[in-house]
Each structure stands twice: as structure tokens, then as C-alpha cells.
Design a protein around this ligand. Structure first.
Ligand SMILES: *Cc1c(COP(=O)(O)O)cnc(C)c1O
Length: 394
């Protein structure tokens, strides 16, 4: 029942409509009609968390010490595991007490960081397309978003020279993410060096999302922002256990970097939540300590799927460059079709769910994102259905 005597907070009105909502409606209807849906829409990994992680969680559940409120700042042993992992993977030295903070998934932290740092009207730089939390968090906080347009011609890399001088002067934060969701783009080390120089010159807080750090292929090794000298003075970096370790439902991630910023976020969170169930922190700690062999298996799994789908879609007319990282393909819609129109058309004709590129901002128009979250048997079925329905590029 609608209430006419009370209105929602204006901050909710600032949010653009969620493109996923219409897709969801159609998904429900398709399921009711008995259609066998293949959902490649969300970045929601298929399969289970690693067995040692599950066992660590079970053991932690048996310990009553883990059943109370967890410490606000996260357990000491998880924070230690985070900083040890950073040292091992990137050679970056971090203080586990002041420079690392566990999060209830990185989306929670990305959003709350905006609430901790953005005043209404502050200018925040966010690329388009981008992961929705990177602009929705600041919008909820009342930010004025300056969209940095990414394009295929620039390999979806931020071109800092396109940011006008007065905007750079006013800007307070820059959100960015490589390897990139949704475009699958990667950034060379020189890019990070440029960004750090830019941020120091204009006094802009860098917020880097490195959530696809381990999902990289063919020998490519992503760069951490914190590897760049001076980055810790002006930046933070977010991570998640959701993707690499199939733990999306467990809700655990973390942020590392500048201690002042970490303290600001912690102060806000102390007023809003109690952190992560200690048993889950124990499990996350175990995940970060898994041998490299586990990561290699995950990489192999996504690489096989990537190659399979790129080849199959190639036979249907798509020329898709081989992505060096992430769990997605980012493909152009066939001539003249809008993102939403094409995604809905594919769903109705084939029961395959893909994400319209405009869900990631206006510059995603003309593209769709396909998540590699099904095995090759299932992806083969996707290709068969595309063929049968005559869905091809041009
Ligand atoms: C999936 C994803 C996340 C992960 O969010 P969690 O809340 O940790 O599950 C964060 N950033 C990007 C860019 C993502 O694609």
C-alpha cells in the first residue's frame, strides 16, 4: 500500500533506475513459463568455496568464542592474514592494525567509504562504464559525479588528460578498477604511476578496486595500486573473497592502504554494523592461505571457458579480443541494437540471461556483458540456442 503522507529521503531519488529490475521481472516470467534459464547475468561464481575453507568454517562454528559480536575492526588473525597475503603477492608492507580493515563484502565498504568522505556537492570522478557501487555509493552521499568516458579505442583505460583542469582542481576522490568489470580491460604499471602523480598533484583520494587480482590469465600479473611509491599516502585498495574463492554469499572482503582513510571508514562502520561473523573471518583467513595451486586451478577454469565462448561466438560473427583477466566477456551488440533491447531479445528467444552494458553507465550502451559462470557444457548449450534463434553479430 502506498503511503502519501511520507516521502522517501531525497538521496534515494538521486539514484538512476536499476536496469537489472526489468531483466529480473522477465526472468521470473520466463521461469514461470517453464523455460530452462541459463543465467550468465551476474558476476556470481558457480560452484562451492574450497573444501579447506568450508572445514575451517565448520571448526570455527564449534567454538563458542566465535558466537558473540566480533571485534569492530575485524579479528587480529584475519587482518594479519590480509597483510601477509599482500606481502606475498605484491611485496607491499602493511600494518595489520592500522592499514587493513575487513568488510562485509567490498560493496559494503565501497558504499560506506563514500558516506564517510563525501559531502553533498563534492565532485567525485568515476569512469563510465563502471561497477555500479562506484557511482551509486557517492550518489547516495550526495556527490556530483564527473563521469570519465572510457572507450574501446582507448582500450577502456582512463585518459587523465580528458579531465578538465577545473574539474581536477575540485575533485575529491577517484574510483577506478583494473582488471575491469565490465570491460575486462587491464592497466599497465605506467598507468598506476600516472594516476598516483595526478592524485598527488590535485590532492585526490584514490579508491582502487582490485577484486579481479587473481583472475588473470596467460601469465598476466595485475598491479596493485599500493606497489607504486607514494600510493599509500593518497589511496586505498579494495579486495573481495567473492570471486576468486567462490564466496560471494559469505559476504567478506577487505580494504587496505592509507591509515587515516581506513580509520574514517572504521569510525562510520562502528556506528552502523558489527562487522563480520568471526567464523567467516576464520574461513576467509584460510582462503588467503591456500597454496598457489588453488589459484592456478581457478585461472585454468575461467581461461578454458573464455576460450570456448570466444571461439563459439566467433563462429557467430563476433570478433572478441582475448581478455587477459576477469570472469567476463564484453561484447558489442549486433548493429543498431541498444543494450537493453538486445539483452531482452536474447532472454526471450533463448532463455539466456546476459547483462545490458548500460547497467554500468551510459558509456556501456551498445555492449553486453556475459559472465563465465557456467561450465563448457552449459556454454555449449548457450551457443546452440543462439544458433537456433539466429542470434549473431550482424
Ligand atoms: C564483484 C565485484 C565486487 C565484489 O563485491 P563483494 O561485495 O565483495 O561481493 C567488487 N567490485 C567489483 C568491481 C566487482 O565486480
Amino acid at each position: 500500500m502506498s503511503l502519501d503522507w511520507i516521502s522517501r529521503a531525497e538521496r534515494l531519488d538521486a539514484l538512476p533506475p536499476y536496469v537489472f529490475a526489468r531483466l529480473d521481472e522477465l526472468k521470473v516470467r520466463a521461469r514461470e513459463q517453464g523455460l530452462d534459464l541459463i543465467d550468465l547475468g551476474m558476476g556470481n561464481p558457480d560452484g562451492s568455496a574450497p573444501q579447506p575453507v568450508i572445514e575451517a568454517a565448520i571448526a570455527a562454528l564449534q567454538d563458542p568464542h566465535n558466537h558473540g559480536y566480533p571485534p569492530f575492526e575485524g579479528t587480529a588473525s584475519f587482518r594479519q592474514a590480509i597483510t601477509t597475503w599482500y606481502q606475498r603477492c605484491y611485496g607491499v608492507e602493511l600494518n595489520p592494525d592500522s592499514e587493513a580493515l575487513p568488510l562485509i563484502g567490498s560493496k559494503e565498504g565501497l558504499g560506506h567509504l563514500a558516506l564517510a568522505y563525501v559531502n553533498p556537492g563534492d565532485v567525485i570522478l568515476v569512469p563510465t562504464p563502471s561497477y555500479p557501487a562506484h557511482f551509486r555509493g557517492p550518489l547516495i552521499a550526495g556527490a556530483k559525479i564527473y563521469s570519465i568516458h572510457l572507450s574501446a579505442e582507448q582500450n577502456w583505460l582512463i585518459d587523465l588528460t580528458t579531465i578538465p583542469e577545473d574539474v581536477a582542481q575540485q575533485a575529491k576522490m577517484l574510483y577506478f578498477n583494473y582488471p575491469n568489470n565490465p570491460t575486462t580491460a587491464t592497466a599497465p604499471r605506467e598507468f598506476y604511476e600516472e594516476v598516483v602523480k595526478f592524485a598527488r598533484h590535485y590532492e585526490i583520494l584514490l579508491v582502487h578496486d582490485l577484486c579481479y587480482a587473481e583472475l588473470a590469465f596467460d601469465g598476466y600479473q595485475p598491479t596493485s595500486l599500493l606497489e607504486i611509491p607514494g600510493a599509500k599516502e593518497i589511496g586505498v585498495e579494495f579486495h573481495t573473497l567473492s570471486k576468486t574463492y567462490n564466496m560471494a554469499g559469505w559476504r567478506v572482503g577487505f580494504v587496505v592502504g592509507n591509515s587515516d582513510v581506513i580509520q574514517g571508514l572504521r569510525t562510520l562502520k562502528t556506528n552502523l554494523d558489527y562487522g563480520i561473523f568471526s567464523a567467516i573471518q576464520k574461513a576467509a583467513e584460510t582462503a588467503l592461505q591456500l597454496p598457489d595451486k588453488y589459484i592456478q586451478e581457478v585461472q585454468q577454469r575461467y581461461r578454458t571457458r573464455r576460450d570456448f565462448l570466444i571461439k563459439g561466438l566467433g563462429e557467430l560473427g563476433w570478433e572478441i579480443p582475448i581478455s587477459k583477466a576477469t570472469m567476463y566477456l564484453w561484447i558489442k551488440t549486433p548493429m543498431g541494437q541498444g543494450s537493453t533491447e538486445f539483452a531482452l531479445d536474447v532472454l526471450q528467444q533463448t532463455g539466456v540471461v546476459i547483462t545490458p552494458g548500460n547497467a554500468f553507465g551510459e558509456a556501456g550502451e551498445g555492449y553486453v556483458r556475459i559472465s563465465l559462470i557456467a561450465d563448457c557444457d552449459r556454454l555449449g548449450e548457450v551457443l546452440r540456442r543462439f544458433k537456433q534463434a539466429g542470434i549473431r553479430y550482424q
